[in-house]
Design a protein around this ligand. Structure first.
Ligand code: NAD
Length: 291
């Protein structure tokens, strides 16, 4: 099978390398160094989108945002052969995902949105989680390739629903991370140490993933970024991107998301303080005044 892979950055580089263990992968990116890295991992260089896509069976994209996805696919549609399957793994706004898949369908292509969670390590290790939106047929065709790049693959429904699942999950994650920081900070200020509060709350009704798997207070969860000076992990700037996508989608859908909006404001403050590169659990430093 010939795969055109467009967007070989932190995530796409690892994903393309895993596909190249099983298929012929043509690599295209605006960055020469990203393409060179992909070629070292077994891909072949394509000089343009057209060269990557011509005669390929599948196109996979992993691009920064909606505007890049819209621009790249307008080129892809002009050069792809009939029957080409298209998989966009980028995290983008729901409207862009639905618009581009709509154009693909009008042109007779199968296409899904398939954003991921699992980070750069998951991309390199082939253990990503995929949240997919699109027709049953397109999803079934994509599944064997998603299995190479990931560990968990979900079909969330029609076009764009992969993006919906991703931003709703990450909005909830941002909210409970901040709530967890507030609770640990208040406990500390009132004289209750982090480990004792963790032991109690992690078996009581305050228990949540931010606490038990990723505790923002140093100490209780050894593998958490809080024990490595909040080095990412999942950067605060990435969380801010996802919270902004959630806010945009909530405005369009006329859904009330007051806590999501508050979380977005707090992560924006963290970025404005020059700390967007810290892990998102580093929001603890904003809450406890140590930023
Ligand atoms: P990145 O910036 O490292 O990579 C994006 C790549 O796309 C770059 O190499 C860039 O040169 C290339 N690119 C941009 N415009 C292009 C164009 N027109 N044609 C060809 N190539 C182009 O970003 P990343 O961290 O790999 O993230 C990619 C996507 O994955 C984003 O949507 C991000 O939100 C999502 N994501 C990232 C993570 C993470 O931990 N990094 C986790 C989950 C999801």
């Amino acid at each position: 099978m010939i795969i055109a892979f467009i967007g070989l950055g932190n995530m796409g580089g690892g994903m393309a390398a895993n596909l190249a263990k099983h298929h012929a992968v043509r690599a295209f990116d605006l960055s020469d160094s990203a393409v060179a890295k992909a070629c070292d991992a077994g891909c072949s260089k394509a000089a343009t989108v057209a060269a990557a896509v011509a005669g390929a069976d599948v196109v996979v994209t992993m691009l920064p945002a909606g505007q890049h996805v819209r621009a790249v696919y307008s080129d892809v549609f002009d050069h792809a052969a009939k029957g080409t399957l298209m998989i966009d793994c980028s995290t983008v706004d729901v409207d862009s995902a639905r618009a581009v898949i709509g154009q693909a369908t009008e042109r007779g292509f199968d296409m899904i949105d398939a954003p991921v969670s699992g980070g750069v390590k998951g991309a390199a290790d082939g253990t990503l989680t995929f949240m997919c939106g699109g027709s049953e047929d397109a999803f079934a065709r994509a599944n064997p390739l998603l299995d190479i790049m990931g560990k968990n693959v979900f079909h969330a429904g029609d076009a764009g629903n992969g993006q919906v699942a991703k931003i709703c999950n990450n909005m909830l994650l941002g909210i409970h991370m901040i709530g967890t920081c507030e609770a640990f900070n208040l406990a500390d200020k009132l004289g209750l140490d982090a480990q004792t509060f963790f032991d109690i709350s992690s078996t009581a009704s305050g228990q949540n993933w931010s606490m038990t798997s990723y505790c923002p207070a140093p100490g209780p969860v050894e593998s958490a970024p809080s024990n490595r000076d909040y080095q990412p992990g999942f950067a605060a700037a990435m969380m801010l991107k996802d919270l902004r996508l959630a806010k945009e989608a909530a405005t369009t859908a006329r859904a009330a998301t007051p806590l999501g909006a508050q979380a977005e404001s707090l992560y924006a403050l963290m970025e404005a303080a020059g700390e967007g590169g810290l892990d998102f659990s580093g929001i603890m430093r904003l809450i406890n005044g140590r930023l």
